[in-house]
Design a protein. Structure first.
Length: 257
């Protein structure tokens, strides 16, 4: 793929040039460790989790985000479900902030970047320029998702079904393969505190594979105790890296519900 390092192998479809802080009870009872920055290993590669829900591979200067679901609000509006029409702006603003923090050489959007096949037609006049500004000076790869199997040709970047870099393969839908980083499932961990349960977005991983949280402003979450995760991780022998306001809380999946 033009512009990519020789060690990056892409399987190309088409080519073109809120967590409130956890309570003390949560910390005392379920958290294995807490840190504002957290390394997350997969297949011998160390990546850094970002509190936005992004992953950063420092050695490759590569940033990964999953499930932006741009224009989900306008999609709901076409069916009579009226939501504030600002989800794309909020998502792109958060993406701009994380790109500014890490200054990546490459960005991989891990599928379902657009909520449906015509979402790009509903972008505001300013949104394509905002995306172009984020892409300036870096390689940008759109991974095809089930919501957007063919991301729009009106935006720059390369499109692939999956991409392999060293021992890591990036794809949208998880298969459970070793070295896989995927999205699609929108993992969410729910833990009990002294007074109530708290549910938050999380990274789910076991050292061999990772399922990333959704990045989009209007995206929901699926409990990591759902059987969809058991198929990927062979039961509950994996860890939730739960996203807090100022810290990442590492919790065994078996302690969640």
């Amino acid at each position: 793929m033009p512009g990519l390092d020789p060690g990056i192998h892409a399987f190309v479809a088409a080519t073109r040039t809120w967590m409130a802080g956890a309570s003390p009870a949560m910390t005392e009872n379920v958290a294995l460790s807490i840190s504002s920055t957290r390394s997350l290993d997969v297949a011998g590669v160390s990546l850094h989790t970002d509190l936005s829900g992004a992953l950063f591979w420092e050695e490759q200067r590569l940033l990964v985000v999953s499930d932006l679901h741009l224009e989900k609000g306008s999609s709901f509006a076409t069916r009579g479900v009226l939501l504030p029409p600002y989800d794309t702006l909020a998502t792109l603003s958060r993406l701009a902030a994380v790109i500014s923090r890490h200054d990546p050489k490459t960005v991989i959007a891990l599928g379902d970047s657009f909520h449906d096949r015509t979402a790009h037609e509903r972008l505001s006049v300013e949104d394509p320029d905002a995306v172009a500004a984020l892409q300036t000076g870096r390689d940008w790869i759109w991974i095809s998702g089930n919501h957007d199997p063919l991301p729009p040709t009106s935006l720059d970047g390369s499109v692939a079904t999956e991409i392999a870099i060293g021992p890591i393969t990036f794809r949208h839908q998880p298969t459970g393969a070793i070295g896989e980083i995927a999205g699609h499932l929108h993992p969410k961990a729910r833990v009990a505190t002294r007074s109530r349960g708290i549910g938050r977005r999380c990274f789910a991983g076991d050292g061999a594979r990772i399922v990333m949280p959704s990045f989009g402003a209007y995206t929901g979450g699926l409990s990591i105790r759902d059987r969809a995760f058991a198929k990927i991780f062979s039961g509950d022998d994996f860890t939730a890296h739960v996203i807090g306001d100022a810290a990442m809380h590492v919790i065994s999946a078996s302690r969640c519900y």
